[in-house]
Design a protein around this ligand. Structure first.
Ligand SMILES: Cc1cc2nc3c(=O)[nH]c(=O)nc-3n(C[C@H](O)[C@H](O)[C@H](O)COP(=O)(O)OP(=O)(O)OC[C@H]3O[C@@H](n4cnc5c(N)ncnc54)[C@H](O)[C@@H]3O)c2cc1C
Length: 420
């Protein structure tokens, strides 16, 4: 089988790996000069399968109101005329019930936990190095009400075998001694021993190199313009450099992150993926001894921390403002200030590097993976806040489907048909 993967982000590269591993011939195209240069470049670094939780739940609208007008708010919706945003928000609101949140959490968890297993398999098979740490993930709370509300959620997640442990303040500090500096701010935490962290960009670049060794043909600086539909099949992909047609490819995989909806919609597939801009800050930790080693999520500020070798990656905030990926100094500084507040001795803030990226966010936070009504066209996109967590499992599922194999997990609720 010959497959064309559109997109060399972490999701596209993982798809190429599993396709090549199954013995298929694979071409990957991307507009950038190398792999992983857009949203997969400097994300939060967490493989947070056991904390997979949708944005939309019964408390989300109230939180959004509370944050209104605050420039350092975890979520900002910038008012603008944008029908796609308006439609996305309506769908988001429809998911803001406890019942929908439970359904969506189960779907995310199913893929995320499977993906963590697949990532371990890739590590074992390839020996890939990406500053990986398997030291667990600690979700810390400074608001008693949020902490109390999180405990039944942890019990729900434990019914799927997540193994979450509810910790008091001292136990949090025992797990991650760097939190001692912020002792008075904490009320407790939830620890997931199975979760991990690592540098998604190093991994994507490394895995692309491994794929090349397996015969995958990466073609960079190729800008995709549109796809050509034809009855039950996709007839080809039009790029600035010419058309890649179905006479040369048996399967086409769309893994263009936040840009996927333009191409899906051009062939009549409604894909409600909207860019949710986020920021990260990378702080060198040399000479400082107050940076965490365990991956941490600060619930109050919705900010994540991952130790990547001798750097601390801090990431968070979500801004619904279209495809503007410029760095707003004030938003980035809010992330840095939060880091220096929780971990005052984590490194030199003067050396911090700022970055912004666009998460491909669905209104229910569940990615869109699977078949479409075109027999030779597959979607692997919409991974939102968890594309790094879910890359390996999503790649494996699509490689299985495209190769005519039965995926190892149930795909119910993960496909584009749920938006019909
Ligand atoms: C601030 C922040 C923190 C995050 N933290 C985490 C985290 O801790 N854990 C986690 O699991 N996830 C995290 N994420 C989410 C994760 O980074 C994304 O879900 C993931 O990177 C998406 O990967 P992708 O391959 O789908 O998209 P991308 O990496 O964006 O890849 C899409 C590719 O398509 C290419 N492309 C687009 N349009 C075209 C075109 N017209 N022609 C040719 N090529 C094109 C792009 O060049 C790009 O390489 C975070 C995201 C952000 C922004």
């Amino acid at each position: 089988m010959r497959a064309l993967v559109m997109g060399a982000g972490v999701v596209g590269v993982a798809t190429a790996y599993y396709l090549a591993r199954a013995g298929h011939r694979v071409v990957v195209i991307d507009r950038q000069p190398g792999p992983g240069m857009e949203t997969s470049f400097a994300n939060g670094g967490q493989i947070s399968a056991s904390h997979a939780a949708p944005w939309a739940d019964s408390s989300a609208p109230w939180k959004a109101l509370k944050w209104l007008g605050r420039e350092d708010a975890p979520l900002i919706v910038r008012a603008r005329y944008d029908p796609a945003l308006f439609r996305w928000l309506l769908r988001f609101l429809a998911n803001c019930t406890s019942r929908r949140a439970k359904v969506n959490a189960e779907r995310m968890l199913r893929l995320a936990v499977y993906s963590r297993q697949c990532l371990a398999e890739i590590r074992k098979e390839t020996g890939i190095e990406y500053d990986a740490l398997q030291t667990g993930l600690l979700h810390v709370y400074s608001n008693r009400r949020e902490y109390d509300a999180a405990r039944p959620k942890a019990e729900y997640l434990n019914s799927f075998g997540c193994g979450l442990e509810v910790l008091d303040r001292d136990e949090c500090i025992e797990r991650e001694p760097a939190l001692a500096a912020s002792r008075d701010k904490l009320v407790g935490g939830i620890f997931s021993p199975e979760d991990e962290s690592g540098d998604a960009y190093k991994y994507t670049r490394g895995l692309a190199g491994i794929c090349r060794g397996m015969g995958v043909d990466f073609r960079y600086r190729v800008n995709i313009r549109r796809m050509i539909p034809g009855g039950e099949r996709i007839m080809g992909v039009v790029t600035d450099g010419g058309t890649l047609g179905s006479e040369d490819y048996d399967a086409f995989v769309l893994a263009l992150g936040s840009y996927s909806p333009h191409f899906a919609e051009s062939i009549g597939i409604n894909l409600p993926v909207y860019p949710a801009k986020g920021y990260s800050v990378t702080i060198p930790t040399q000479g400082a001894n107050g940076a965490p080693r365990v991956a941490v999520i600060d619930d109050e500020r919705k900010i994540v921390y991952s130790r990547l070798g001798d750097r601390l990656r801090v990431a968070g905030t979500a801004e619904l403002a279209g495809y503007d990926d410029r760095i707003r100094e004030r938003r980035a500084r809010a992330v840095l200030d939060a880091a220096m507040d929780l971990f005052p001795d984590c490194g030199d803030p003067g050396q911090a590097e700022f970055w912004a990226g666009l998460r491909p966010q669905t209104p229910d936070s569940v990615p869109v993976i699977g078949r479409t009504r075109f027999k030779n066209f597959f979607l692997n996109t919409g991974h939102g806040t968890l594309g790094w967590t879910m890359n390996a499992g999503s790649g494996r599922v699509i490689a299985d489907l495209a190769g005519g194999q039965m995926p190892e997990i149930d795909l119910d609720g993960l496909g584009v048909d749920r938006f019909a």
